[in-house]
Structures are given as structure tokens and as C-alpha cells.
Design a binder for this molecule. Structure first.
Ligand SMILES: Nc1ncnc2c1ncn2[C@@H]1O[C@H](COP(=O)(O)OP(=O)(O)OP(=O)(O)O)[C@@H](O)[C@H]1O
Length: 138
């Protein structure tokens, strides 16, 4: 019984993630950006701590976007006419996504700038070249 409930919970949670990815345009954009950032992270050979920070920042954005979708769905369930409270709830949820995205940009700058400056412009160009060939091979 306990195991069945765990499996059902997992399946439901996975359904929520799939729904968000399949129906939310912003979620698709975040995921595409995440794949790009992870490819760059691999090419720049980030250390484990740097990679952990990048993965954490990416996850935070995706989680915020899913909560934003959940808030939108919940609000729409209860009200389909204009209400300042509904507007505010959606704006705060969208604000959470923005805050997570700003956090991701700050972490990105802290982690990537030393690698890019340290390795120089020529390396940056070679990273871009490598990235293009990885993308073309996909
Ligand atoms: N019931 C409502 N009352 C007042 N304003 C609303 C209401 N529903 C939506 N809005 C306004 O319209 C905006 C867009 O709401 P909507 O539910 O369409 O989100 P969305 O466009 O899907 O947002 P996102 O781009 O984050 O997915 C809200 O941010 C809010 O300003």
C-alpha cells in the first residue's frame, strides 16, 4: 500500500513536470537555456562545486516556473473575471520566477566570467566552435 502510494505520487509528480514542459512556453525556453548552459559548462570543464551551483540555479528557475504555473491554474480555477487579488497573486508568482532568473544570471556571471577571462578570447572562440559542432551533432 505504502509502496503503491509512493509510485502513484511519483507518477503524479512526473505528470505535473511533463504538463509544465509540454504546455508552458516559458518552461521550454528555460529548458533550452539550461541545456545550452550545461553544454558550455562541460566545454569549460567546470569543477564540481561550480557545476553544483549551476545545476542548483537552473533547478531553482524550473521549480519557480512550475509553482508559477500552479498558481495561475489555481487562480483560474476559482475566478474567471477580473479581480485585483487574482492579478496580484499572478504577479507575485511571476516575480518569483524573475527572482530565480536573476539569481541564475548572477551565479552564471560569478562562475563563467573567470573561466572566460582566464582562458582568453581565443579560447572563447574555440569554445563557441566546439559548441556549434556539438549542437550540429545532436
Ligand atoms: N482573473 C484575473 N484578474 C485580473 N488580472 C488577471 C487575471 N488573470 C490574469 N490577469 C492578468 O493577466 C496576466 C497574464 O495572466 P495569465 O493567466 O494569462 O498568465 P500567462 O500569460 O500564462 O503568464 P505566464 O507568461 O507567466 O505563463 C497576469 O499576470 C495578470 O496581470
Amino acid at each position: 500500500m505504502g509502496e503503491r502510494r509512493f509510485k502513484e505520487s511519483f507518477r503524479d509528480a512526473w505528470a505535473g513536470i511533463s504538463y509544465s514542459i509540454l504546455t508552458q512556453r516559458n518552461m521550454k525556453i528555460h529548458l533550452a537555456a539550461a541545456v545550452f548552459v550545461l553544454l558550455v559548462s562541460k566545454l569549460l570543464r567546470l569543477n564540481r562545486l561550480e557545476l553544483a551551483l549551476v545545476v542548483f540555479a537552473i533547478t531553482l528557475v524550473l521549480v519557480a516556473e512550475m509553482f508559477n504555473t500552479a498558481v495561475e491554474k489555481t487562480v483560474d480555477l476559482y475566478i474567471n473575471t477580473y479581480h485585483p487579488g487574482a492579478r496580484l497573486a499572478k504577479h507575485i508568482a511571476a516575480g518569483a520566477v524573475l527572482a530565480a532568473a536573476i539569481n541564475a544570471v548572477i551565479i552564471g556571471l560569478i562562475v563563467f566570467i573567470p573561466h572566460l577571462v582566464g582562458s582568453g578570447l581565443s579560447n572563447l572562440l574555440s569554445v563557441s566552435g566546439n559548441l556549434m559542432s556539438v549542437i550540429l551533432r545532436l
